[in-house]
Design a protein around this ligand. Structure first.
Ligand code: SAM
Length: 292
Protein backbone atom coordinates (compact mmCIF):
# COMPACT_ATOMS: atom_id res chain seq x y z
CA UNK A 1 0.00 0.00 0.00
CA UNK A 2 1.32 3.42 -0.96
CA UNK A 3 2.22 6.00 1.68
CA UNK A 4 -0.98 7.91 2.46
CA UNK A 5 0.90 10.88 3.90
CA UNK A 6 0.35 13.18 0.94
CA UNK A 7 -2.70 14.92 -0.57
CA UNK A 8 -2.76 12.82 -3.76
CA UNK A 9 -3.03 9.37 -2.11
CA UNK A 10 -5.41 10.62 0.56
CA UNK A 11 -7.79 12.13 -1.99
CA UNK A 12 -7.59 8.94 -4.04
CA UNK A 13 -8.60 6.75 -1.08
CA UNK A 14 -11.40 9.13 -0.12
CA UNK A 15 -12.78 9.18 -3.68
CA UNK A 16 -12.45 5.45 -4.16
CA UNK A 17 -14.48 4.76 -1.02
CA UNK A 18 -16.79 7.77 -1.47
CA UNK A 19 -15.94 8.78 2.06
CA UNK A 20 -17.74 11.85 3.39
CA UNK A 21 -15.95 13.80 6.14
CA UNK A 22 -17.92 14.15 9.35
CA UNK A 23 -17.30 17.44 11.08
CA UNK A 24 -18.80 16.14 14.33
CA UNK A 25 -15.94 13.62 14.59
CA UNK A 26 -13.19 16.23 14.19
CA UNK A 27 -11.88 14.66 11.00
CA UNK A 28 -8.78 16.42 9.66
CA UNK A 29 -6.46 13.91 8.03
CA UNK A 30 -2.71 14.46 7.96
CA UNK A 31 -1.22 14.69 4.49
CA UNK A 32 2.38 15.64 5.25
CA UNK A 33 4.97 12.86 5.50
CA UNK A 34 7.43 15.19 7.20
CA UNK A 35 4.97 15.87 10.08
CA UNK A 36 4.04 12.17 10.30
CA UNK A 37 7.71 11.24 10.67
CA UNK A 38 8.14 13.91 13.32
CA UNK A 39 5.25 12.53 15.40
CA UNK A 40 6.69 9.02 15.39
CA UNK A 41 10.16 10.32 16.31
CA UNK A 42 8.77 12.57 19.06
CA UNK A 43 6.93 9.55 20.48
CA UNK A 44 10.23 7.59 20.49
CA UNK A 45 8.40 4.50 19.27
CA UNK A 46 10.45 1.31 19.27
CA UNK A 47 9.82 -2.36 18.49
CA UNK A 48 9.21 -2.91 22.22
CA UNK A 49 6.18 -0.61 22.20
CA UNK A 50 2.50 -1.34 21.94
CA UNK A 51 0.91 1.88 20.71
CA UNK A 52 -2.66 2.94 21.29
CA UNK A 53 -3.74 5.21 18.44
CA UNK A 54 -6.89 7.25 18.96
CA UNK A 55 -8.79 7.96 15.74
CA UNK A 56 -6.79 6.37 12.90
CA UNK A 57 -8.92 8.00 10.16
CA UNK A 58 -7.92 6.31 6.89
CA UNK A 59 -4.84 4.83 8.58
CA UNK A 60 -2.14 7.32 7.58
CA UNK A 61 -0.37 7.74 10.94
CA UNK A 62 -1.22 4.10 11.69
CA UNK A 63 1.02 2.96 8.83
CA UNK A 64 3.95 5.00 10.17
CA UNK A 65 3.36 3.66 13.68
CA UNK A 66 3.09 0.07 12.45
CA UNK A 67 6.54 0.37 10.84
CA UNK A 68 8.09 1.54 14.12
CA UNK A 69 6.15 -0.30 16.85
CA UNK A 70 5.71 -3.90 17.89
CA UNK A 71 1.94 -3.58 17.79
CA UNK A 72 -0.61 -0.84 17.13
CA UNK A 73 -4.13 -0.86 18.55
CA UNK A 74 -6.21 1.79 16.79
CA UNK A 75 -9.63 2.86 18.09
CA UNK A 76 -11.93 4.57 15.56
CA UNK A 77 -15.48 5.78 16.19
CA UNK A 78 -16.61 6.28 12.59
CA UNK A 79 -18.01 3.04 11.17
CA UNK A 80 -17.54 4.35 7.60
CA UNK A 81 -13.77 4.30 8.13
CA UNK A 82 -13.58 0.66 9.23
CA UNK A 83 -13.72 -0.90 5.72
CA UNK A 84 -11.24 1.72 4.48
CA UNK A 85 -8.82 0.85 7.29
CA UNK A 86 -9.16 -2.83 6.44
CA UNK A 87 -7.94 -2.01 2.96
CA UNK A 88 -5.21 0.55 3.76
CA UNK A 89 -3.74 -1.50 6.60
CA UNK A 90 -4.05 -4.98 5.06
CA UNK A 91 -0.28 -5.39 4.71
CA UNK A 92 0.36 -4.62 8.38
CA UNK A 93 -0.04 -7.70 10.52
CA UNK A 94 0.77 -5.86 13.74
CA UNK A 95 -2.29 -3.57 13.63
CA UNK A 96 -5.65 -4.18 15.32
CA UNK A 97 -8.50 -1.79 14.54
CA UNK A 98 -11.29 -1.47 17.10
CA UNK A 99 -14.56 0.22 16.17
CA UNK A 100 -15.47 2.14 19.32
CA UNK A 101 -15.57 5.47 21.11
CA UNK A 102 -12.25 5.95 22.94
CA UNK A 103 -14.04 7.62 25.84
CA UNK A 104 -15.96 4.38 26.43
CA UNK A 105 -12.97 2.05 26.26
CA UNK A 106 -11.40 0.33 29.25
CA UNK A 107 -7.71 1.16 28.69
CA UNK A 108 -6.60 -1.11 31.51
CA UNK A 109 -8.27 -4.01 29.74
CA UNK A 110 -6.60 -3.04 26.44
CA UNK A 111 -3.17 -3.01 28.11
CA UNK A 112 -3.90 -6.40 29.63
CA UNK A 113 -5.00 -7.85 26.32
CA UNK A 114 -2.25 -6.41 24.12
CA UNK A 115 0.73 -5.75 26.41
CA UNK A 116 0.44 -8.04 29.44
CA UNK A 117 -0.80 -5.10 31.49
CA UNK A 118 2.33 -3.04 30.75
CA UNK A 119 1.98 0.65 29.81
CA UNK A 120 0.74 1.51 26.33
CA UNK A 121 2.20 4.46 24.45
CA UNK A 122 -0.52 6.77 23.20
CA UNK A 123 0.04 8.46 19.85
CA UNK A 124 -2.67 10.37 17.99
CA UNK A 125 -3.75 13.20 15.78
CA UNK A 126 -6.60 13.92 18.17
CA UNK A 127 -10.17 14.87 17.27
CA UNK A 128 -10.11 18.43 18.63
CA UNK A 129 -13.66 18.47 19.99
CA UNK A 130 -12.68 16.04 22.76
CA UNK A 131 -8.99 16.80 23.32
CA UNK A 132 -9.36 17.70 27.01
CA UNK A 133 -11.55 14.76 28.10
CA UNK A 134 -9.26 12.34 26.28
CA UNK A 135 -6.03 13.71 27.77
CA UNK A 136 -7.41 14.24 31.27
CA UNK A 137 -9.04 10.79 31.16
CA UNK A 138 -5.70 9.20 30.27
CA UNK A 139 -3.79 11.16 32.92
CA UNK A 140 -6.28 10.79 35.76
CA UNK A 141 -7.21 7.17 35.29
CA UNK A 142 -4.97 4.61 36.86
CA UNK A 143 -4.77 2.84 33.53
CA UNK A 144 -1.29 1.81 32.40
CA UNK A 145 -0.40 4.58 29.95
CA UNK A 146 3.18 5.74 29.41
CA UNK A 147 4.15 8.63 27.17
CA UNK A 148 1.38 10.46 25.35
CA UNK A 149 2.29 12.13 22.04
CA UNK A 150 -0.57 13.98 20.41
CA UNK A 151 -1.51 16.60 17.85
CA UNK A 152 -3.69 19.25 19.48
CA UNK A 153 -4.77 22.78 18.67
CA UNK A 154 -1.88 25.18 19.11
CA UNK A 155 -3.94 27.14 21.61
CA UNK A 156 -4.43 24.02 23.76
CA UNK A 157 -0.71 23.23 23.59
CA UNK A 158 -0.02 26.77 24.81
CA UNK A 159 -2.44 26.34 27.70
CA UNK A 160 -0.84 23.06 28.75
CA UNK A 161 2.61 24.67 28.90
CA UNK A 162 1.56 27.99 30.43
CA UNK A 163 3.16 29.38 33.59
CA UNK A 164 1.42 31.41 36.35
CA UNK A 165 0.46 34.94 35.42
CA UNK A 166 0.22 34.34 31.67
CA UNK A 167 -3.11 34.65 29.85
CA UNK A 168 -3.05 30.98 28.86
CA UNK A 169 -2.56 29.76 32.44
CA UNK A 170 -5.53 27.93 33.86
CA UNK A 171 -6.99 24.72 35.23
CA UNK A 172 -5.71 22.71 32.23
CA UNK A 173 -2.12 23.95 32.73
CA UNK A 174 -2.16 22.93 36.38
CA UNK A 175 -3.90 19.61 35.85
CA UNK A 176 -1.58 18.53 33.03
CA UNK A 177 1.58 19.76 34.82
CA UNK A 178 0.56 17.87 37.96
CA UNK A 179 0.73 14.61 36.03
CA UNK A 180 3.32 15.21 33.34
CA UNK A 181 6.18 17.18 31.86
CA UNK A 182 5.01 18.85 28.64
CA UNK A 183 7.29 19.06 25.55
CA UNK A 184 6.44 20.88 22.36
CA UNK A 185 7.65 18.70 19.47
CA UNK A 186 6.38 20.67 16.45
CA UNK A 187 4.11 23.44 15.29
CA UNK A 188 1.93 22.32 12.41
CA UNK A 189 0.14 24.68 9.99
CA UNK A 190 -3.40 24.03 8.64
CA UNK A 191 -2.15 23.10 5.16
CA UNK A 192 -0.79 19.80 6.48
CA UNK A 193 -4.36 18.47 6.80
CA UNK A 194 -7.34 17.64 4.59
CA UNK A 195 -9.68 19.34 5.21
CA UNK A 196 -7.72 22.26 6.66
CA UNK A 197 -8.64 23.12 10.26
CA UNK A 198 -9.37 26.78 11.06
CA UNK A 199 -6.59 26.91 13.63
CA UNK A 200 -2.91 26.11 13.96
CA UNK A 201 -1.89 22.81 15.54
CA UNK A 202 1.01 21.47 17.57
CA UNK A 203 2.46 18.11 18.49
CA UNK A 204 3.14 17.74 22.18
CA UNK A 205 4.58 14.93 24.23
CA UNK A 206 3.54 14.35 27.82
CA UNK A 207 6.08 12.44 29.89
CA UNK A 208 4.35 11.25 33.03
CA UNK A 209 5.92 12.13 36.35
CA UNK A 210 6.82 9.12 38.48
CA UNK A 211 5.69 11.16 41.48
CA UNK A 212 3.57 14.31 41.26
CA UNK A 213 5.82 17.39 41.67
CA UNK A 214 3.61 18.47 44.58
CA UNK A 215 2.54 16.12 47.33
CA UNK A 216 -0.85 16.82 48.90
CA UNK A 217 -2.96 15.06 51.50
CA UNK A 218 -6.17 15.33 49.47
CA UNK A 219 -5.81 15.29 45.67
CA UNK A 220 -9.56 15.72 45.21
CA UNK A 221 -9.51 18.94 47.22
CA UNK A 222 -6.49 20.23 45.24
CA UNK A 223 -8.36 19.81 41.95
CA UNK A 224 -11.57 21.26 43.39
CA UNK A 225 -9.59 24.36 44.44
CA UNK A 226 -8.02 24.68 41.00
CA UNK A 227 -11.37 24.35 39.22
CA UNK A 228 -13.06 26.82 41.57
CA UNK A 229 -10.25 29.37 41.19
CA UNK A 230 -10.44 29.48 37.41
CA UNK A 231 -14.22 29.19 37.07
CA UNK A 232 -14.41 32.84 37.99
CA UNK A 233 -11.15 34.15 36.61
CA UNK A 234 -11.97 37.82 37.11
CA UNK A 235 -12.74 37.35 40.81
CA UNK A 236 -10.22 37.30 43.64
CA UNK A 237 -9.19 33.85 44.79
CA UNK A 238 -11.08 34.37 48.04
CA UNK A 239 -14.35 35.24 46.30
CA UNK A 240 -13.91 32.56 43.64
CA UNK A 241 -13.48 29.85 46.27
CA UNK A 242 -16.22 31.29 48.47
CA UNK A 243 -18.72 31.26 45.56
CA UNK A 244 -17.95 27.68 44.59
CA UNK A 245 -20.38 24.97 45.76
CA UNK A 246 -17.42 22.56 45.64
CA UNK A 247 -15.50 24.36 48.40
CA UNK A 248 -17.01 23.79 51.86
CA UNK A 249 -15.12 26.52 53.77
CA UNK A 250 -16.25 29.89 55.06
CA UNK A 251 -14.97 33.14 53.61
CA UNK A 252 -12.98 33.70 56.81
CA UNK A 253 -11.35 30.28 56.63
CA UNK A 254 -10.46 30.88 52.99
CA UNK A 255 -8.98 34.27 53.91
CA UNK A 256 -6.95 32.67 56.68
CA UNK A 257 -5.60 29.99 54.32
CA UNK A 258 -4.58 32.61 51.72
CA UNK A 259 -2.88 34.65 54.44
CA UNK A 260 -0.99 31.57 55.66
CA UNK A 261 0.74 31.42 52.26
CA UNK A 262 1.91 35.01 52.65
CA UNK A 263 -0.25 36.09 49.70
CA UNK A 264 -2.18 39.38 49.49
CA UNK A 265 -5.88 39.06 50.35
CA UNK A 266 -6.92 40.23 46.87
CA UNK A 267 -4.72 37.73 45.02
CA UNK A 268 -6.23 36.02 41.97
CA UNK A 269 -6.03 32.29 41.32
CA UNK A 270 -4.07 32.85 38.12
CA UNK A 271 -1.08 34.10 40.18
CA UNK A 272 -0.66 30.87 42.16
CA UNK A 273 1.80 28.12 41.28
CA UNK A 274 0.92 24.45 41.52
CA UNK A 275 2.99 24.31 44.71
CA UNK A 276 0.96 27.15 46.25
CA UNK A 277 -2.30 25.42 45.33
CA UNK A 278 -0.88 22.33 47.04
CA UNK A 279 -0.08 24.30 50.20
CA UNK A 280 -3.53 25.85 50.15
CA UNK A 281 -5.15 22.40 49.92
CA UNK A 282 -3.08 21.12 52.83
CA UNK A 283 -3.84 24.20 54.92
CA UNK A 284 -7.57 23.55 54.61
CA UNK A 285 -6.85 20.19 56.21
CA UNK A 286 -6.56 21.99 59.58
CA UNK A 287 -10.27 22.81 59.50
CA UNK A 288 -12.92 20.53 60.89
CA UNK A 289 -13.69 17.39 58.95
CA UNK A 290 -10.83 17.68 56.48
CA UNK A 291 -8.03 16.34 58.64
CA UNK A 292 -5.46 13.99 57.05
N1 SAM B 1 -5.19 9.73 12.46
C1 SAM B 1 -5.79 10.29 11.27
C2 SAM B 1 -4.81 11.22 10.61
O1 SAM B 1 -3.91 11.69 11.30
O2 SAM B 1 -4.96 11.51 9.42
C3 SAM B 1 -7.12 10.98 11.57
C4 SAM B 1 -7.08 12.07 12.63
S1 SAM B 1 -8.58 12.99 12.77
C5 SAM B 1 -7.97 14.51 13.41
C6 SAM B 1 -9.39 12.34 14.22
C7 SAM B 1 -9.93 10.91 14.08
O3 SAM B 1 -10.54 10.55 15.33
C8 SAM B 1 -11.01 10.75 13.04
O4 SAM B 1 -10.76 9.61 12.28
C9 SAM B 1 -12.32 10.59 13.84
O5 SAM B 1 -13.30 9.84 13.18
C10 SAM B 1 -11.78 9.89 15.08
N2 SAM B 1 -12.60 10.07 16.30
C11 SAM B 1 -13.39 11.12 16.64
N3 SAM B 1 -13.97 10.94 17.84
C12 SAM B 1 -13.52 9.73 18.29
C13 SAM B 1 -13.79 8.97 19.47
N4 SAM B 1 -14.60 9.43 20.44
N5 SAM B 1 -13.21 7.74 19.60
C14 SAM B 1 -12.38 7.27 18.61
N6 SAM B 1 -12.10 7.96 17.49
C15 SAM B 1 -12.66 9.16 17.32
Amino acid sequence: MADLGNPKQTIEVIKQHQFAFQKKFGQNFLVDSHVLGKIVRAAQVTKEDVVLEIGPGIGTLTQYLAEAARQVVAVEIDGNLIPILKETLKEYHNVTVIHNDILKMDIKQLAKEYHEGKPLKVVANLPYYITTPIIMGLLESHAPVGQITVMVQKEVADRMQAEPGSKDYGALSLAVQYYAQVYLAANVPPNCFIPRPNVGSAVIRLDRHKQPPVKVKDEGLLFALIRASFNQRRKTLQNGLNNSPEIPYTKEQIGEAIKSLGLPAAVRGEALTLEQFGKLADYFGVFEGKEG
